[in-house]
Each structure stands twice: as structure tokens, then as C-alpha cells.
Design a protein around this ligand. Structure first.
Ligand SMILES: CC(C)(COP(=O)(O)OP(=O)(O)OC[C@H]1O[C@@H](n2cnc3c(N)ncnc32)[C@H](O)[C@@H]1OP(=O)(O)O)[C@@H](O)C(=O)NCCC(=O)NCCS
Length: 162
């Protein structure tokens, strides 16, 4: 089955309306489906992160999201909060969100200058490690607990090219 018509919108930190739409997808997936506590879902990184909102067109119904943040002083970006609503999985929307984030991170890294590659890290839930591996992520270190569930640090280095 071909995927429904959709678009991915880059949501800068100041766009609180679209950021809330990203939160709504996350709450549906991480809190209601996976059982993570609501009080850890929205965290201190949300206000400074760039979010990506995947929505159906022309209805503009939000169905997926991911976010990128770069800790102050760091030269890498952190990918987190990747979620696609259950009924819209297996349409490659997860892939499209990761690749949209990669494009944005590469452009930002080029804009800042001084590096020949961009680096992205993700804290993967264990069952999803093989999903990230498809996009070049490799495990670094051992498993650790985050928000009550085991996770694995995964890292990818993206060449910037000419
Ligand atoms: C993980 C998630 C975002 C994947 O989204 P999706 O739109 O269903 O994935 P895609 O259709 O883009 O799949 C891309 C590829 O990854 C594979 N894949 C999808 N879900 C996977 C999973 N949970 N584990 C391993 N591989 C997976 C697909 O089979 C596909 O492989 P292919 O290209 O070889 O055919 C989605 O399942 C989800 O929201 N899960 C709940 C939230 C979650 O666990 N987020 C990650 C937190 S670390």
C-alpha cells in the first residue's frame, strides 16, 4: 500500500503551536502506547530543540515527529523523541523523519563551519537498534537505563561533502 500524502515541516524553537502538535504525537505513542510517565515526556531540551512534524496533506493531521538538539558547547546533535502513530507505521515515515533530521543537521553543521562531517547520537530503545542501524548508526558503550527502560547509545557520522 502506498503511503498517504504527507509533508515534513521543520519546527523552530519559537513555533510553540506546531511544537505542541509534536508533543501530542509523542504523548500518544510514548505515554499512552508505551507507558512512559507523562512527567518525563516533555523535558528541558524541548524549548531549545528543532522539531520535525510529519503531517498528512491536505488535512494537516500530525502523525509523526522527531527532534534535534545540540547541547551547549557540543559539536554533535542529539536525535530523540522519534515517534510515528501506530496506524501509520511501515510507510517509511520513520525513515523519512530520520533523513529529514540528517539533512537539517548537515546544513546546520556546514553553516557553522569547521567540520568535515556532522555527528548525530541517539539513545535507542533496545528493540529499535536495528532500525537506527539502517541509517548508519553504530552502538557505542553498553546498555543503560533511561526513563525506566534499557537504552543503547548509537552514533552516526555524516560526511558533509562539497
Ligand atoms: C520506530 C518507528 C519510528 C519506525 O517508524 P516506521 O514509520 O514504522 O518505520 P519505517 O516504515 O520508516 O521503517 C524503515 C525501516 O525500518 C524497519 N523498522 C521499522 N520499525 C522497526 C523496529 N521497531 N525495529 C526494527 N526495524 C524497524 C522497517 O522494516 C524498514 O525496513 P526496510 O527499509 O528494510 O524495509 C515506529 O515504529 C514508532 O514510532 N515506534 C514507537 C516509538 C519508538 O519506539 N521510537 C523510537 C524510540 S528510540
Amino acid at each position: 500500500m502506498s503511503p498517504p500524502a504527507h509533508e515534513i515541516v521543520v519546527v523552530p524553537p519559537k513555533d510553540e503551536t506546531r511544537r505542541q502538535e509534536c508533543y501530542n504525537v509523542r504523548i500518544q505513542v510514548f505515554v499512552h502506547e508505551q507507558g512512559f510517565p507523562l512527567d518525563v515526556e516533555i523535558d528541558e531540551f524541548d524549548g531549545t530543540s528543532t522539531h520535525f512534524l510529519l503531517r498528512l496533506v491536505p488535512s494537516l493531521i500530525p502523525i509523526g515527529t522527531i527532534r534535534a538538539c545540540s547541547p551547549i558547547g557540543a559539536s554533535y546533535y542529539k536525535l530523540s523523541r522519534l515517534a510515528v502513530l501506530k496506524e501509520y507505521r511501515q510507510f517509511k515515515f520513520g525513515r523519512d523523519l530520520v533523513l529529514a533530521l540528517h539533512d537539517w543537521v548537515k546544513a546546520e553543521t556546514k553553516r557553522i563551519g569547521g567540520l568535515d562531517h556532522a555527528e548525530v547520537i541517539a539513545h535507542s530503545q533496545i528493540p529499535v537498534k536495528s532500525f537506527y542501524a539502517k541509517y548508519g548508526y553504530e552502538p557505542e558503550g553498553g546498555e543503560f537505563d533511561e526513563d525506566g527502560a534499557p537504552h543503547q547509545k548509537m552514533v552516526v557520522r555524516l560526511p558533509l561533502g562539497p
